[in-house]
Write a protein that binds this ligand. Structure first.
Ligand code: GDP
Length: 431
């Protein structure tokens, strides 16, 4: 998908004005470019303060240069890094000069793709790098860092080892079909590792929902009759918990939505107060259909009431809040948590309950993406009946070869191009 021989460059630091902006150059001409613009390559992996000059000798900027000769670099290729002043004018001048020098602007994720191709990281680690760059919460950071460190790769390696052990036992048995106790020997030598692997896979799958919730965040819908204090509740949470501000595509109209870090987890709170029926506007109606769907699919539902009128139906609510405690004498009815958003009475108790609900549905795990879950589920689905159905050894061996190939997709040893394309294109340019 990428031209592996071209020398590519990109700004690897963020956008906007900054003290420093970091440019990365990777490929066979990286060293030559460093010499052309900075005079020397310099000592490997040491920072040097240099004047960066254009080809006509005029000064572009002063900055730090770093030289990472391949293969001991991020991409495995020759890599040069320039740390310049972070102004748009400096950046533009450098990029123009690098293009004029014959280097190619990098595509999104191309540095990581090259690192993957050079075997510097496997596919799960490349995914983890993308997750780490996107991490907004403590749990996301820890989960991504674990995966980047090879937690899933190692687990997949262990599954692979068990499959190969089983396969070797079967092949040994198939080679000596006449010996008497071969079936029993195969039973222990081949079936045992498979049983062990399936148990570990089931354990990983059991944690997958929590892991995906850590990565993707979870939604909390706040519903209840009008005027009970839903918006006030949301505002107070946003004011006191760390509200996460980030632009996200497809913002739902007519549902007040805030993203917050609750108990170290990414939580999107939806206030359904905006759900009105009386609109003729087609776009607005579509917005509301989506909003209702979002609420229906919320991971946690909070029902708010203020004790006035009919008690609302509990439905599938996880937490019942009786607001405006300051206007009442006596405690809330059975099952309800009393609270006054206005005075703060009961606030800590409410937050504790909310945190517990959040922590119950999120938990760090190894299968962080749908892709991982689908592959592991496939292996379990294929092998489980094969084990209980007492397949002839030849067929079981064939089955193991099939799932081994599937498992190699997990770490990318055998991943189809579409899978790779999808993963690497989700990166930003410069990564
Ligand atoms: P929503 O329609 O459910 O979103 O309710 P709002 O958040 O707009 O609140 C409705 C009214 O109740 C506003 O006038 C709030 O100031 C008031 N309110 C909210 N929380 C409390 C509370 O704890 N005590 C009292 N006394 N009033 C509250």
């Amino acid at each position: 998908m990428f031209d592996a021989r071209a020398t590519i460059f990109a700004k690897s630091s963020g956008s906007g004005r900054a003290g420093v902006s970091v440019f990365r150059i990777s490929g066979p001409r990286a060293g030559e470019a460093l010499e052309a613009f900075c005079g020397k390559r310099g000592e490997p992996r040491k920072a040097h303060l240099r004047s960066i000059r254009l080809q006509d000798g005029s000064l572009l900027d002063q900055g730090l240069t770093l030289w990472f000769p391949g293969p001991d670099s991020f991409t495995g290729e020759d890599v040069a890094e320039l740390q310049l002043h972070g102004s748009p004018a400096v950046e533009r001048a450098l990029m123009d000069a690098l293009v004029a020098f014959g280097l190619q602007p990098a595509a999104a994720g191309e540095f990581t793709m090259r690192a993957f191709e050079a075997g510097k990281l496997d596919l799960t680690q490349a995914e983890a790098l993308a997750d780490l760059l996107d991490a907004e919460t403590e749990a996301q950071r820890r989960q991504a860092l674990g995966q980047l460190g090879g937690r899933l790769s190692e687990r997949a390696g262990e599954w692979r080892r068990l499959l190969l052990t089983a396969l070797a036992a079967i092949e040994a048995g198939v080679d000596f079909p006449d010996e008497e106790d071969v079936p029993a020997a195969i039973e222990t030598a081949a079936i045992q590792p498979l049983i062990e692997m399936l148990a570990d896979m089931r354990q990983a799958l059991g944690k997958a929902a929590g892991a995906r919730t850590v990565r993707e965040g979870l939604t909390v819908a706040i519903s209840g009759p009008p005027n009970v204090g839903k918006s006030s509740l949301l505002n107070r949470i946003a004011g006191e918990e760390r509200a996460i501000v980030s632009d996200r595509a497809g913002t739902t109209r007519d549902v007040l939505e805030i993203r917050a870090d609750i108990g170290g987890q990414l939580v999107t709170l939806l206030d359904t107060a905006g759900l009105r029926e009386d609109t003729e506007d087609e776009i607005e109606r579509e917005g509301m259909r989506r909003a209702r769907r979002a609420v229906a699919q919320a991971d946690i539902r909070i029902l708010v009431w203020d004790g006035e009128g009919q008690m609302p139906e509990r439905g599938s609510a996880d937490l019942l809040l009786l607001n405006k405690a300051d206007l009442r004498n006596g405690g809330p009815p059975e099952g309800w948590t009393g609270l006054s958003v206005r005075t703060g009475e009961g606030w800590e108790n409410f937050l504790m309950r909310l945190r517990n609900l959040v922590l119950r549905s999120a938990g760090i795990g190894d299968l962080t993406r749908e892709r991982h879950v689908a592959l592991v589920e496939y292996v379990v689905r294929e092998l489980e009946p094969a084990l209980s159905g007492h397949l002839p050894p030849e067929l079981l061996g064939e089955e193991i070869r099939v799932v081994l190939r599937k498992l190699d997709e997990l770490t990318g040893q055998l991943a189809p191009d579409e899978v790779l394309g999808e993963i690497f294109s989700s990166f930003c340019i410069g990564k």
